[in-house]
Design a protein around this ligand. Sequence first.
Ligand code: PHE
Length: 473
Amino acid sequence: MASGGERGHWGSRLGFILAAAGSAVGLGNIWGFPYMTGRNGGGLFVLIYLIAVALVGLPIMMAELFIGRTAQNSPVGAFRSLSRPGSPWIGVGWVGVFAAFIILSFYSVIAGWSMHYIWLSVTDGFAGRTPDEISNMFSSLAANPELCTLWHGIFMLLTIGIVAGGVKGGLELCAKVLMPSLFGMLLILLVWGMTTEGFAPAFKYITGMHDADLLSRLGADQPRFSGRSWLEALGQAFFSLSLGMGALITYGSYLNRKADIVSTSIIISALDTTVALLAAFIIFPIVFAAGQQPGQGPGLVFATIPIAFSMMPGGALLAPIFFLLLTVAAITSAVSLLEVATSYFIDERGWTRGRATILAGTLIGLLGVPSAVSGGSKMFGQGFANLLNTLTFGAYGKNWFDAFVDLTFNLMLPLGALGIATFVAWRVGGQAREQGFKTGTTLGSLYWTWIGLLRYLVPIGVLAVILQALNLI
Ligand code: PHE
C-alpha cells in the first residue's frame, strides 16, 4: 500500500465521538426524520425506527468501527487487508467509495438550499407573507438552476476547506466547534417549541397517543403507518447513522488499536437518535401551532416550516437559527462523506491530502451540478422537466436528483451494510474478532449478542429493504 505520509489519528476520545456523531447527525435527522415520521403517520413509525437503530443499526456501526480500527485503512484497503488476496470482498469497499461520491453530490445541493434559506430568513424574514408566497419561494429556488448550483458550489468549497485540514486539524476541530453550537441551537428551538400551543398535539403525535382532538386536527386524509413504513424506517436508520458506505470504517481507521468501539457506538447512536427525536419535537409543535399538516413529505422543512415561522411570534428571529442548525448539521456529515473519497486517494494512490481533497471535492462538485439543476422538480411535483433528465434517467421515470437519492438510499447503503455485516459475522476469524470486540471495553459480554444480530437479524432486515426497493416485495 502506498501512503501519503503518516496516518492521522484523533486527538482525543471526545474528539472522535463528536466527529462521528457529527457524521451521523445531518440532514437525515433534521430534514429527513421529521418528514418521514409525518409521511408515515407518527408514533408507530418512531417506535419501529428506534427498534431498527438498536437491533440493526448499532451492530453494523460496531462492525464498521471494528473493520476500520483493525485495518487502520480506508474501506477499499481495509477489505483488501482483512481478506484473502483477490477475494471479491474488496467490492464492498468500492461500493462505499462510489456511494460517497454520489451521496455527497446531492447532499450538498440540499445543504445549499438550506444556506439559501438562512439568507432568505435574514433578508426577508418570511414575516407578512402569505403561505402561498412562502411555498412559492421554495418552488422558485428549486426551479432556479444557477442559484442552486451557486449554493452547491459554496457548500462544496466549505467542505473541501475543512477536509484539507486533516483528521485533527480539520475533521476533529470542525466537530468540536460545530457540534456544541448545534446542540445549543437545538435547545433554543426546543424550548421555543415547548412554549407553543402546538407542543401537546405534537407530543401525542410523536408518541402515538392519538386522541379525538389530535385526529380532528390531522384530518381524514392524513397518511398513516403502512407496510412500507417498516422498510422506510430501516432505510432511514442506515442513512441517519451514516452506515453502509464506509464513513465509519474510515473514521474508525483513525482510532488507535486500543480504543473502545462498543460503548462509543452506543453513544454515537444515542446522540444521533436523540437529535432526530428533538428535531421532531421542534418541527411538529411549530407545524401544529400554525395549523399546518405534518404529512407533506420532503417539502416539510423548506416549504411548511417557513410558513409556520411567518405566523408565530419570535419566528423572524428563530428562522435563521433553524436553517443555520440545518446547515451546520449538514457540514459535519458532508466532511465525512468527502473524507471517504479523499482517504481512498491518500491510502490507495499515495497522494497528499491537499491534492486528494481538491480532486475528490471537485469531481463531486461537478457530479452534483445535474442534481442542482434538476433538484426540486419531480420531488416537489412542479413538472420542471429538462433536457438533461430526458437524456439520462428520464427513461427510468426519475430525474437525476431523485435517481441518485433512490440508488444510494435504497440500494447502495443496504448492499454495503449487508456486505459489512456478512463479512464481520462470517469471514473474519473468530478469535481475532472476539478479542477485537472486547478490547478496551467493559461491555465485552455483549459479544455473542452482537454476532447473533449480525448473522441473522441484520441480513434479513437489510435484504428486505433491498427487495422492496426492487419492487420484489
Ligand atoms: N448520516 C448523515 C445524515 O443523517 C448522512 C450520511 C450518510 C453521512 C452516510 C455519511 C455517510 O444526514
